[in-house]
Design a protein around this ligand. Structure first.
Ligand code: ZN
Ligand code: ZN
Length: 578
C-alpha cells in the first residue's frame, strides 16, 4: 500500500481496532516516520472516530519526534471538545508555544474554545494579546472565539468592542454577541442588536432566535416577540421542543397566556420541560386551577413530572390560595414520585401558608423542615409577619436572617423596614450603618415598557430618558389626580429615616411609575399598559396602580419578580397577595 491508499484506509476506520491494524501495518512497513500519515492517525483517534479515543491520540502524539503544526492543532482540538479535558488543551498550547512552533488562526480557535469551556479569562486575555501580535485580529472565526470568551466570562463590554471593530461579521459573530448579551442579563441590548442584524439582512438561525425569544420574555417585549414568532413561521423554521418551549415561556412572561397556550397546543411533541413551562406560565398569571388542569393532562399523557414541575405546581397553588391542594401535591412528591423536596419546594410551601395568612403554620413548617431553611424562606415569613401584624415573631426572625446572610442588602432593607414599622428609628439607623460598613449591594430596580418595537427602560428618579421632560409633568398630574381621589402614600416600605414628604417623593419616582406615566403619554387610549419590573412591586405602588387603572380607565399589566398583576377598574388580579 502506498501513502494515498493508507490515508483513504485511515479515513474509513470506525473503531480503535481498525486503526490499530493500520498502525501495525505502518510499523511493519516503515511508514512510522511519515508525518503526514501520523497526523491523519492522530486526527482519527482524537476527532473523527464515532467514539473518540483521546488517550490513544495523545500516546501517538507524544511518541512523535517533532510534531508539526497540524498535529499540535489536532491534539489541542481533541482536548478542547470536552469541558473536563479543556485544561489539558490549554497546557498543550503552552507546551507548543515553548517548543517554538508558531500557532495559526486554527490553533487560536481551538484553545479559545477550551478557555470558554472552563472558563478561563486570564489565559484568554493572554491569547488575545498574542492574536493582536500576530495580526490575526482580522480573522473572523478567531474574533468570534474571543467574543464568545469575553461574554462567557461576563465581560460583555469587551466583547462588544471587538464586535464593533470587526471588519467582517458572519452569522456566528452576530449570534454569539446576541446570545452573549442574553446570558449576561442584557436582554435589551440583545434586542437592539437583533434589530441591527435584521437591518443588515443577516438571516438568523434557530440558535439566535431562541436567544432573542428568551430576551423578549425577559423584557416583556410582546410585539417584538410576536414579530420573531412570525419570522420563524415565515422562514419555515421548524419549531422543535426547545424553540416551542421558549415561545411558550416568552408569551407567558409577556402577559399573553392565550398565545402561550396556542403555541403549546400546537407542539407535536412535549417533554417535561415544555409541560412544566406551561404550568409555570398559568401559575404566574394566578390561574391556579388551569395550572392544575395542565398538570393532570401531563400525567394522563404519561409524562413523569420532575422537581421543576412541582415547583410550578406548588407555585400555582400558592398564587391561587389552594392551601390543601398544595399540601397534598407536596406530600405526593416523595410518596408517589420518589422526588425528595428541595429548598425551593419548601419555599413554595412557606409562601403558600404565608399568602393564606397562616403565619404560625408557616413558622411551624420551617421549624420542622429536614433541611436547613435559607434566608429566602425566613424573608418570606418576615414579609408575612409584617403584613399580618406578628411584630414579636418578626423580631426573632430578623436575627435568623441576618445571621444567615450577613452581606445581602435585601435583608438589611427588610430588617430596617421591620424596625421602621415599629417606629424604632435608632435601630433602623444602626442597621443602615452596618449595611454601609459591610458594603452590602442593593440590586437596582428598573421597569420597562415596550413601544413600537423599542423597549424603554426606566430606573428610579430617571433623568436619562430622552422624553423625561414630558414624563415628570405627567407624574405631577397623576399625583394630583390621585390626591383628589384620596390616596395617602404607604411609606413603611421606604428604607430611610427621612420625613414623610421626602419619603412620598421617593415613592413617586419608583421606576414603574415613570414607565406607566410614559405609557399614559404615548400609548393610544384603548391599549393596555404593559410593564415589566425586575423587583417586587412595593405596597404603595401597588395601591397607586390600582387607583390609576380606575382614574385613567386603563388596563395595566405589571410583571414583577414574582408574578403578574392585571390591574383593572381599581382592582388587581393578585387580590393583594403577591
Ligand atoms: Zn414602589
Ligand atoms: Zn397585584
Amino acid at each position: 500500500m502506498d501513502q494515498g491508499t493508507l490515508v483513504v484506509a485511515i479515513k474509513r476506520c470506525t473503531t480503535v481496532r481498525d486503526l490499530e491494524t493500520i498502525q501495525a501495518y505502518m510499523i511493519r512497513t516503515n511508514f512510522t516516520q511519515d508525518s503526514f500519515l501520523l497526523s491523519k492517525l492522530i486526527e482519527s483517534y482524537a476527532i473523527t472516530l464515532p467514539i473518540r479515543q483521546i488517550a490513544h491520540a495523545y500516546k501517538l502524539f507524544s511518541w512523535t519526534h517533532q510534531p508539526n503544526l497540524f498535529m499540535w492543532n489536532t491534539i489541542i482540538r481533541g482536548y478542547s471538545i470536552n469541558d473536563s479535558s479543556s485544561l489539558k488543551a490549554i497546557a498543550l498550547y503552552k507546551d507548543m508555544h515553548l517548543s517554538g512552533i508558531s500557532s495559526n488562526s486554527f490553533t487560536f480557535g481551538f484553545v479559545l474554545k477550551a478557555c470558554c469551556n472552563l472558563p478561563r479569562l486570564e489565559e484568554g486575555k493572554m491569547l488575545h494579546s498574542q492574536v493582536l501580535k500576530m495580526g490575526l485580529d482580522y480573522e473572523t472565526h478567531v474574533v468570534n472565539g474571543l467574543i464568545k470568551l469575553y461574554t462567557t466570562c461576563g465581560r460583555v463590554d469587551e466583547a462588544h468592542d471587538l464586535f464593533d471593530e470587526m471588519p467582517e461579521r458572519d452569522l456566528v459573530s452576530w449570534s454569539t454577541m446576541v446570545s452573549g448579551y442574553v446570558q449576561n442579563g442584557c436582554s435589551n441590548e440583545a434586542l437592539v442588536l437583533f434589530k441591527q442584524m435584521q437591518a443588515q439582512n443577516v438571516k438568523a438561525d434557530e440558535f439566535t432566535l431562541a436567544s432573542v425569544v428568551g430576551a423578549c420574555g425577559d423584557m416583556g417585549a410582546l410585539d417584538l416577540g410576536k414579530w420573531v414568532h412570525s419570522y420563524i413561521d415565515k422562514e419555515g423554521i421548524d419549531i422543535d421542543i426547545v424553540l416551542g418551549t421558549s415561545l411558550v415561556d416568552m408569551y407567558s412572561k409577556c402577559g399573553s397566556l392565550d398565545n402561550a397556550i396556542r403555541v403549546f397546543e400546537g407542539m407535536s411533541k412535549r417533554d417535561v420541560m415544555a409541560w412544566s413551562t406551561m404550568i409555570g406560565g398559568c401559575a404566574i398569571h394566578g390561574f391556579g386551577e388551569k395550572a392544575l388542569k395542565v398538570f393532570h393532562a401531563m400525567k394522563s399523557a404519561n409524562v413523569r413530572p420532575n422537581s421543576v414541575t412541582f415547583t410550578s405546581v406548588l407555585c400555582a397553588c400558592s398564587h391561587s390560595g389552594l392551601v390543601e391542594e398544595g399540601r397534598q401535591y407536596f406530600n405526593s412528591m416523595s410518596l408517589e414520585y420518589g422526588i425528595t423536596p428541595q429548598i425551593e419546594h419548601y419555599g413554595c410551601m412557606v409562601d403558600l401558608f404565608c399568602r393564606a395568612g397562616l403565619v404560625l403554620r408557616a413558622h411551624k413548617f420551617i421549624q420542622k423542615m429536614p433541611i436547613k431553611p435559607n434566608a429566602v424562606l425566613w424573608r418570606t415569613l418576615l414579609g408575612a409577619c409584617k403584613t399580618h401584624g406578628y411584630k414579636e415573631l418578626s423580631e426573632s426572625i430578623t436575627r435568623e436572617v441576618l445571621e444567615l446572610e450577613p452581606h445581602s442588602a435585601e435583608n438589611y432593607v427588610l430588617v430596617s423596614n421591620v424596625y421602621a414599622s415599629l417606629g424604632r428609628w435608632s435601630s433602623v439607623s444602626k442597621v443602615r450603618s452596618q449595611m454601609k460598613h459591610k458594603k452590602a449591594k442593593k440590586q437596582h430596580g428598573w421597569s420597562s415598557i415596550e413601544m413600537g418595537f423599542v423597549v424603554h427602560q426606566f430606573v428610579m428618579g430617571d433623568e436619562l430618558h430622552p422624553e423625561i421632560r414630558q414624563i415628570y409633568p405627567m407624574l405631577d398630574q397623576m399625583a394630583k389626580k390621585l390626591k383628589q381621589e384620596g390616596h395617602v402614600a404607604t411609606t413603611i416600605d421606604v428604607l430611610h429615616d427621612i420625613d414623610e414628604e421626602e419619603k412620598e417623593h421617593a415613592l413617586g419616582f419608583h421606576s414603574e411609575r415613570l414607565a406607566i406615566a410614559y405609557g399614559l403619554l404615548r400609548l393610544s387610549k384603548d391599549s393596555p399598559i404593559r410593564i415589566v419590573k425586575n423587583l417586587r412591586v412595593c405596597a404603595d405602588c401597588h395601591s397607586v396602580i390600582k387607583l390609576i387603572s380606575s382614574v385613567y380607565k386603563r388596563d395595566i399589566i405589571v410583571r414583577d419578580r414574582i408574578r403578574f398583576h392585571h390591574f383593572r377598574e381599581g382592582k388587581c388580579s393578585c387580590n393583594d397577595y403577591w
